[in-house]
Ligand binder design. Structure first.
Ligand SMILES: [Zn+2]
Ligand SMILES: [Zn+2]
Length: 256
């Protein structure tokens, strides 16, 4: 399994438009972060998690020409705004399978009504095939996906476990029962917004405490704000086997 970090920034991305913050002015490419998303390549399947406003540039930067499924975590704009840009994949492949909580599908239908209409659909609009995610495992072409439910302040979000890899973004709290699904991971990706506490995201200390609890072999932090600090400085401060993700980082996860 190969995972490409397409974007690792919080909702505004880094740099923030017009900001003079030193991290926004940094010339280190690792301090430039598009909105969060990963592509998971798993036995020939290209599974995208979230499809934010930077989706088009992310696909071009990484030369992806096929998309087998999109898993949505939740309906916030930084995770869904790129859905129209699946058009090149739709034109080549037909309807693109999307997986999301019913609530998230409802939100997508409001934002992108023209994608979901069945009558008099504009011929240039993309098409999707909807799948409702519940707390139960589901399959994509024989591969088992385990949804992991947690809270983003008062909003429910799904993270996803695939084999020994799990991706959890926009997390603030998780029940013991759901955390049980995160045992024996090779790699976990978890969001860590900044140093100071935040009402709907783990800050760095909360993310590290969570990792301590689930004990994955390796962790990558994502959904990073400029307020977390410079990539190189934060990276050096982290415990062993915990890293900051950065845009276009590719990692390989060996299957047991
Ligand atoms: Zn977000
Ligand atoms: Zn969010």
């Amino acid at each position: 399994m190969k995972v490409t970090f397409l974007g690792t920034g919080t909702s505004q991305g880094i740099p923030i438009i017009g900001s003079n913050h030193p991290v926004c002015l940094s010339e280190n490419p690792k301090d430039k972060r598009l909105r969060v998303s990963v592509m998971v390549e798993w036995d020939g399947l290209n599974i995208l998690i979230d499809c934010g406003p930077d989706f088009r540039m992310q696909m071009l930067a990484n030369n992806f020409s096929r998309l087998d499924a999109i898993l949505f975590t939740h309906e916030h704009n930084d995770h869904v705004a790129g859905l129209d840009d699946i058009r090149p994949f739709f034109f080549r492949q037909g309807d693109i399978p999307i997986y999301a909580h019913q609530r998230v599908l409802n939100s997508l239908k409001k934002r992108f009504d023209y994608i979901f209409v069945t009558e008099n659909k504009y011929p240039g609009a993309p098409g999707v095939k909807e799948h409702i995610v519940t707390d139960n495992d589901f399959e994509i072409e024989g591969k088992i996906i385990t949804p992991v439910s947690y809270m983003h302040n008062r909003l429910q979000v799904y993270g996803y476990r695939m084999g020994d890899f799990a991706y959890l973004t926009d997390i603030k709290s998780i029940s013991e029962k759901e955390a049980e699904k995160l045992k024996n991971l090779e790699v976990v990706v978890v969001s860590a917004l900044r140093i100071e506490p935040h009402h709907s995201h783990f800050n760095l200390a909360e993310a590290l405490a969570f990792i301590e609890k689930i004990q994955p072999k390796k962790t990558y932090l994502t959904h990073i704000s400029h307020l977390l600090g410079f990539h190189e400085e934060v990276e050096q401060s982290l415990p062993e086997n915990v890293h900051l993700a950065y845009d276009n980082l590719k990692i390989t996860i060996d299957e047991k």
